[in-house]
Design a protein around this ligand. Sequence first.
Ligand SMILES: Nc1ncnc2c1ncn2[C@@H]1O[C@H](COP(=O)(O)OP(=O)(O)O)[C@@H](O)[C@H]1O
Ligand SMILES: [Mg+2]
Length: 309
Amino acid sequence: MIKIEGLQKSYGEIKAVDGIDLEVHDGEIFGLLGPNGAGKTTTISMISGVLKPDAGRVTIDDADIWLEPKKVKRSLGVVPQEIAVYEDLTARDNLSFWGSLHALRGKNLRGRIDDALGRVGLADRADSLVKTFSGGMKRRLNLCMGLLHRPKFLLLDEPTVGIDPQARLSILEIVREVAGAGTTVLYTTHYMEEAQELCDRIAIIDHGKILTIGTLDELTRQSGEGEVLKLIGSFDEMTATRFLSGVPGVKLLRVMEDTAMVSVRTDGPGLLAVLPSILESDLTIDDVSIQKPSLQSVFISLTGRELRD
Ligand SMILES: Nc1ncnc2c1ncn2[C@@H]1O[C@H](COP(=O)(O)OP(=O)(O)O)[C@@H](O)[C@H]1O
Ligand SMILES: [Mg+2]
């Protein structure tokens, strides 16, 4: 288990991490979801022992990262947000170098390199120079380095930033497989969909604080948000706002010229009662889509802001 207690880190006036408590249980994929600047990387850096906290502590299987760094680092794989591979080396040479830093060598190291490259689907490109790789392949190699010493815990800091959707799916699939094989994963992202699809539990972080923790179900239920109705049409902001905020069982999320979004409260009369009164109103609605309860509505209800992709 990764246990974080009262963790704090400031940069001058900025409280990057402002008193975080969390537990990542063995076997789960735990998501740390928050917008840019929320404090995700600062948190990961303190868990991995790169950055010393101002206060609080991190223990991994009861060993303190600052008191027993060697022991902890053996069981920890870290995949940093910035890609840390050498462009002028081959994939295999990057991994050999990395492995030697972790005291791996010889046949053992070679076996692990083949194994890790296979897991991220790069076996056939092992001897190509990294500078010939696509962004997605570099990300996969970056991930590979975190897997090389077969850690029990894997920390992934925004591993899909800056790559195309196809490459992103392949990273998510690799993470699922790694977790399926018994590795505990802490995954940070600012993409709601990723947290939603991938993670067993999710913590939402903003301004260095954890706002809520739970499964997707728990989070959506907690906030009292049900389905989100997205109305496409042509709206006068004031009229639409006045009308929609008066519909019983509905929470207004936002109104723009061509879209309005409301969520159906779980403690109200429900979707089937709400929908007709909206459709039969004087609003000009061309199309309605219904989204399942999502982290989008949870984030809005917690912060009053949208978590944008
Ligand atoms: N080395 C640093 N010096 C000064 N401020 C920093 C430094 N690293 C991070 N910050 C600030 O701390 C806050 C949290 O940053 P970070 O942990 O990188 O967020 P995230 O990874 O969620 O985008 C931000 O306001 C950021 O500008
Ligand atoms: Mg970051």
